[in-house]
Design a protein around this ligand. Structure first.
Ligand code: AMP
Length: 421
């Protein structure tokens, strides 16, 4: 379906053209007409499906046609990065429309606070905010919310995971009851349904084929003891001239060690986690986007919302705790039409978690043998053993049982083809 069927204004269509958007993605096809009919909506969709445009486009179009100058739309997101990313998308779409947005997020200086305050009092059209910082402004009493028409919650499941439930309810209390509310979430856990019941009014529901990585991602996995992971990551990075690699770990404290290991094969590596100051995080991301940094080691906070183009390879240094996080991590590669690779390291304690992921994505991921001269890793079977010492990765790493059955298959030969449908 092309975008002409939505009857967007000419100016918005020009914005879409200049961003190279020709055909609507499935979520856009489903969500935009519902939003245009002023209905509440709950959308089950992951990043990488085009959901940002699905909610921004009809809202921007409506603001443009009836521009009041007051705050029209509040978008609440879990992280600063997602706020910035949505703001950037906004600027692209609204380039010819004279519609203003402001990202609002914590961890910045007094000057930013004043800028935010000015935008909130003078009436930015669209406010994209993390919950805590927005509440701080709301509490001051100057935010003009009386004319808000749309409330959008993006990554709602992540916000609940981060403990924002009470904050979300507080924000809702400040807003006019008569409004359109849209909520997007990667999962439909019971707590999400409960939240939806509280703040949405008779919503339409759309589901974008539950959590499956984009068809262009070639997924594979290694069974590997934690102590072998440093050697494996180095071997992978040496095997090909990757220009853009994202390495995920569930544990913030592992980042430094992983970066140190990778430095032995390439100097262009950085780590990013919530421990960095906001300015530092932005700089690290900028360098990664510009390919000054070729390998970025990150925690899950980054797996959602970070829109970096053309990541060639995502490495899950450990198996994410939540199966949906796997899809988010892997969703960083092969966005839109491009191809990418995703490799997961599975230690003996993560086998069961990985089996859950395979169930969720309805796909059995190819397990490839470790490259020579590494010894074999654990078997793909559930173990009840408990890790007794943690080092790299999410599992234990205690005493790996090295088998002397060295394997000479090169891991990057015969990598599975993208799992296209
Ligand atoms: P999202 O799921 O909103 O994070 O979007 C994923 C990526 O796909 C972003 O880089 C968007 O700019 C891009 N995208 C979204 N919709 C379209 C479309 N209809 N045509 C081309 N690219 C798109």
């Amino acid at each position: 379906m092309d975008f002409s069927s939505f009857n967007f204004s000419k100016e918005l269509t020009e914005g879409l053209d200049s961003m190279g958007f020709e055909k609507a993605t499935p979520i856009q096809e489903m969500a935009i007409p519902i939003i245009q009919q002023h209905k509440d909506l709950i959308g089950c969709a992951q990043t990488g499906t085009g959901k940002t445009a699905a909610f921004l486009l009809p809202v921007i179009d409506r603001i443009f046609r009836n521009h009041t100058g007051d705050i029209n739309t509040i978008i609440i997101v879990p992280t600063r990065e997602l706020a910035l990313q949505i703001d950037q998308a906004m600027q692209g779409f609204a380039y010819f429309l004279n519609i203003h947005s402001i990202p609002i997020y914590g961890g910045r200086d007094g000057i930013s606070w004043e800028q935010e305050k000015r935008a909130l009092t003078e009436g930015a059209d669209v406010v994209i905010a993390t919950p805590g910082r927005f509440i701080s402004h709301l509490n001051m009493g100057y935010v003009k919310v009386h004319n808000v028409q749309h409330l959008i919650l993006d990554e709602a499941d992540r916000m609940l995971d981060m403990g924002f439930y009470e904050d979300l309810m507080k924000i809702v209390k400040y807003l006019p009851e008569k409004r359109q509310t849209l909520m997007f979430s990667a999962t439909m856990a019971p707590k999400i349904r409960e939240l939806a019941q509280k703040i949405l009014n008779n919503p339409e529901r759309i589901d974008i084929a539950i959590a499956k990585p984009a068809a262009g991602v070639a997924q594979s996995a290694y069974l590997v003891y934690d102590t072998q992971k440093p050697e494996l990551i180095k071997s992978i990075l040496k095997s090909k001239d990757y220009q853009s690699v994202l390495v995920f770990t569930s544990r913030k404290i592992s980042i430094r060690d992983i970066v140190k290991e990778i430095k032995k094969v390439t100097p262009d590596v950085m780590g990013i986690s919530s421990d960095l100051e906001q300015d530092e995080r932005e700089e690290v991301l900028r360098n990664f986007r510009n390919r000054k940094t070729r390998v970025l080691v990150a925690t899950d906070v980054l797996s959602r919302g970070i829109d970096v183009e053309n990541i060639e390879l995502v490495v899950n240094y450990d198996v994410p705790g939540d199966a949906a996080d796997y899809v988010h991590r892997v969703g960083r590669t092969a966005r839109a039409e491009t191809k990418g690779e995703a490799i997961t390291f599975i230690n003996q304690y993560d086998v069961e978690k990985f089996m859950d992921i395979e169930k969720l994505i309805e796909n059995v991921i190819n397990k490839i043998p470790l490259p020579a001269p590494m010894s074999s890793g654990p078997d793909y079977k559930i173990t009840s053993e408990k890790p007794f010492k943690k080092k790299f990765g999410s599992g234990g790493g205690g005493k790996p049982h090295f088998k002397k059955s060295g394997n000479s298959n090169h891991p990057h030969r015969g990598r599975p083809k993208p799992q296209g449908k």
